[in-house]
Design a protein around this ligand. Structure first.
Ligand code: FAD
Ligand code: NAP
Length: 551
C-alpha cells in the first residue's frame, strides 16, 4: 500500500482509499485514514462539507439529539472548544461546525467537491476498484468506503400534475442556499414527518396562509429548545469521558439519558402519567425511555401513545383538527418520533389549515392548487417534506459491480444484505458506513458513525500489518447476520408501522426492517469480538492468493 497521496506507476490516479461523501461520516473517515498513512480521496457531489446539514436548509431545521451529544467525540480539544448555542442547534450552526472541523483538521485538500461518484467496478485480477466520477474521470483504489448517508436521497412524490404547478416547489432535503421568503404567500406543505413538523410552525409565521396536507399523523414531543448556559455546557464538558462512554457502550440509542428499569405496566396509572408528564416537560426523543418495554409490548406502548394523543387534544383547540392530528395507525416510536417546537399549537392559528390526504389522497396538482376530494386548495408555493429513499437510496444510485460483474442492486433486489451493515459478500474491500444491518438511524448517528469509521480504519490497518490485500464478507456469516437482524426486529413492534425503516415510503421497495435494533452497545461488542477473533466471518486474502470463495 502506498503512503503518499497517489500510488505511483499505475497510470490513472490511484489511492489506497476512495471515500464517497463528505458528511460527518466521510470527514471523520478521511481524518482516520490520514492518521494511518493511507492515501485517500473523498468525492462529494455537493459544493461543501456537512452532508445532511449542507442539504437540509429548510426553515426550522435543527437536530433532535441534543447538540452536546450530537457532535464528534474523537477529539477532546474539539468538544471542549466548540460552543453550542442551543440545546438543539439550528442547521446553520451545525453546518458551521462541520466547516470548522474541515478547517481544523485540514480536510479540504483531500476532498473533491461538485463531483458525484457514478460507478465503482471491482477488477478481480488486480483486486482494485475503478471508480468513475461525474466529470468522466476514473480513479483506482484498493478500498472504497461509502459514506453516502442514510437520508441523503430526497424523494419527490409521484403525484399527478406536480410538474404542471406554476409556483416554486421546494423539497426540504434539497433546499435552496438563498433565503426563501414566504411572506404574503399561500404555501402548501405535503408531508408531516420530522421535516414537515419542524418547518410548519416557521412557515406559518411567515406565510399569509399555510395548508398542511397530512397522510399519516405522527407522534411528536416538544423539544423544549432554548439557549445553553455556560453551566449546562460545562456539565457536559466536565463529564464527557463518562457521557461518551455511556452513549457508546450502555445506551441502546447512543444517547446519554437515564435508562428505564421497569415496564409501563409495572406502574399504576397515576405513576405512569407522572413519568410521561415529566418526560414531556423535559422534552426530546428520550420520551420513549420512560419505560423499557414501549417498543416491545403493544399494551405498554398504548399507554404512552394515549398520553401523547391526550396532549394533542389539550393543545389543539378545534376538536376536529385535534382528532385528525392524533396518530392512530402505528405504535408510538415505530416511525421515527418527531421533536417539535409548537407544531400542534400551529393548528390554532387562523392562517393554518389541515387537509386529510389519507382518506382522500391528492387527486392532482394543478397550475395553482392541490386538489383533494374535488376541492382545489389554492397555493402559491409548495413545500415537499416527503422524505428520502432511506438507507439504500444513495448506494443504489451508484452502479457498483463486484465479483463476476454482479451489481449491488441485483444482489439487494429483495432487500439489502450485509454482514454487520459494514460489507456485502461479493464486494471485496467495499465498506459502508452506517449501512443497513447496523444500528445506524435508530441511534445518535454520530456515535454510530464514529464506531463504524474506527472499526473500518482498524480493519484496514490490520490488513496492512498482515500484508493482506482483500477483505470480504463471508456469505454464510452474512446470511446469519441478516437472519439475526430480522429476528430481533420481529420481536419488536417496529415492523407494524409503514415506516421508511421498512422501505414502506417508496413504492415498490422491498419491505424489510433495515436497521439493526439490538442497540449500539450490544452491536459494538459484536463488532469488537469479530475483530478480536481475526475478523471472524470475513475472508481475508493476500494479493497472490487464489480466490478463496467468500461463499
Ligand atoms: P450525510 O450527512 O447524508 O452525507 C452523505 C454525503 O454523501 C452527502 O453530502 C451526499 O451529497 C454525498 N453523496 C451521496 N452519494 C454520493 C455520490 N454518489 N457521489 C458523491 N457524493 C455523494 N441524526 C441524528 O443522530 N440526530 C439528529 O438530530 C439528526 N437530525 C437530522 C435532521 C435531518 C433534516 C436529516 C435529514 C437527518 C438527520 N439525522 C440526524 C440523520 C443524519 O443524516 C445523520 O445524523 C448524519 O448527518 C449523517 O452523516 P453521513 O455523513 O453519514 O451522511
Ligand atoms: P419522512 O419521515 O419520511 O416523512 C415524509 C412525510 O411525507 C410523511 O408524512 C409521508 O407520509 C409524507 N409523504 C411521502 N410521500 C407522500 C406522498 N406521495 N403523498 C403524500 N404524502 C407523502 O421524511 P422526513 O420528515 O424528511 O424525515 C426523515 C428522517 O430524517 C426522520 O425520520 C429523521 O430521522 C430525520 N430528520 C430528523 C429531523 C430532526 O428533528 N432532527 C428533522 C428532519 C428529518 P407517510 O408517513 O404516510 O408515508
Amino acid at each position: 500500500m502506498s503512503q503518499g497521496h497517489t500510488s505511483p506507476g499505475r497510470g490513472a490516479e490511484s489511492y489506497d482509499v476512495v471515500v464517497v461523501g463528505a458528511g460527518f461520516a466521510g470527514m471523520y473517515m478521511l481524518h482516520r485514514l490520514r492518521g494511518l498513512g493511507f492515501s485517500a480521496r473523498v468525492y462529494e457531489q455537493g459544493s461543501g462539507v456537512g452532508g445532511t446539514w449542507y442539504w437540509n436548509r429548510y426553515p426550522g431545521a435543527r437536530c433532535d439529539v441534543e447538540s452536546m451529544q450530537y457532535s464528534y467525540s474523537f477529539s477532546d480539544e474539539l468538544q471542549q472548544e466548540w460552543d453550542w448555542s442551543e440545546r438543539y442547534a439550528p442547521q446553520a450552526e451545525i453546518l458551521r461546525y462541520a466547516n470548522h472541523v474541515a478547517d481544523r483538521f485540514d480536510l479540504r485538500r483531500d476532498i473533491q467537491f461538485d463531483t458525484r461518484i457514478e460507478s465503482a467496478v471491482f477488477d478481480e485480477v488486480t483486486g482494485r476498484w475503478a471508480v468513475t466520477t461525474s466529470r468522466g474521470d476514473t480513479v483506482q483504489a484498493q478500498f472504497v468506503v461509502l459514506a453516502t448517508g442514510c437520508l441523503s436521497n430526497a424523494r419527490k412524490p409521484d403525484i399527478k400534475g406536480l410538474e404542471t404547478f406554476k409556483g416554486p416547489v421546494y423539497h426540504t432535503g434539497n433546499w435552496p442556499h438563498e433565503p426563501v421568503d414566504f411572506t404574503g404567500l399561500r404555501v402548501g406543505l405535503i408531508g408531516t414527518g420530522s421535516s414537515g413538523i419542524q418547518s410548519a410552525p416557521i412557515i406559518a409565521e411567515q406565510a399569509s396562509h399555510l395548508t398542511v396536507f397530512q397522510r399519516t399523523a405522527n407522534f411528536s414531543v416538544p423539544a423544549r429548545n432554548g439557549a445553553l448556559s455556560d453551566e449546562e455546557r460545562g456539565a457536559f464538558r466536565n463529564n464527557y469521558p463518562e457521557i461518551r462512554r455511556f452513549a457508546r457502550e450502555v445506551a441502546r440509542n447512543g444517547i446519554y439519558t437515564e435508562q428505564p428499569d421497569r415496564g409501563a405496566l409495572d406502574d399504576d396509572e397515576e405513576t405512569r402519567r407522572a413519568k410521561y408528564a415529566a418526560r414531556w416537560e423535559r422534552g426530546g426523543l428520550t420520551f420513549m425511555y420512560a419505560y423499557n418495554n414501549l417498543g416491545l409490548d403493544r399494551t405498554a406502548n398504548d399507554t404512552a401513545a394515549d398520553f401523547v394523543r391526550g396532549k394533542i387534544a389539550e393543545i389543539v383547540n378545534d376538536p376536529g383538527k385535534a382528532k385528525l392530528l392524533q396518530p392512530n395507525s402505528h405504535p408510538i416510536g415505530t416511525k421515527r418520533i418527531c421533536v417539535d417546537t409548537d407544531y400542534f399549537a400551529t393548528f390554532n392559528r387562523p392562517n393554518v389549515a389541515l387537509v386529510d390526504i389519507k382518506t382522500h389522497p391528492i387527486e392532482e396538482i394543478t397550475a395553482s392548487a392541490v386538489r383533494v376530494a374535488g376541492t382545489d386548495h389554492e397555493v402559491d408555493a409548495l413545500v415537499l417534506a416527503t422524505g428520502f429513499d432511506a438507507m439504500t437510496g444513495s448506494v443504489a444510485r451508484i452502479d457498483i459491480r463486484g465479483r463476476g460483474g454482479q451489481t449491488l442492486n441485483q444482489k439487494w433486489a429483495e432487500g439489502p444484505k450485509t454482514y454487520l451493515g459494514l460489507m456485502s459478500a461479493g464486494f471485496p474491500n467495499l465498506f459502508i458506513i452506517t449501512g443497513p444491518g447496523s444500528p445506524s438511524v435508530l441511534s445518535n448517528m454520530i456515535v454510530s458513525i464514529e464506531q463504524h469509521v474506527d472499526w473500518i480504519a482498524d480493519a484496514l490497518g490490520s490488513l496492512r500489518r498482515q500484508g493482506l490485500a482483500t477483505m470480504e464478507a463471508d456469505r454464510d456469516a452474512e446470511e446469519k447476520w441478516v437472519a439475526h437482524v430480522n429476528e430481533v426486529a420481529a420481536g419488536t413492534l417496529y415492523p407494524q408501522a409503514n415506516s421508511w425503516y421498512m422501505g414502506a415510503n417508496v413504492p415498490g421497495k422491498p419491505r424489510i426492517f433495515m436497521p439493526y435494533i439490538g442497540g449500539v452497545g450490544v452491536y459494538r461488542r459484536i463488532c469488537d469480538e469479530v475483530a478480536a477473533k481475526g475478523y471472524e466471518g470475513f475472508v481475508l486474502q493476500r494479493a497472490d492468493q487464489p480466490r478463496a470463495a467468500a461463499s
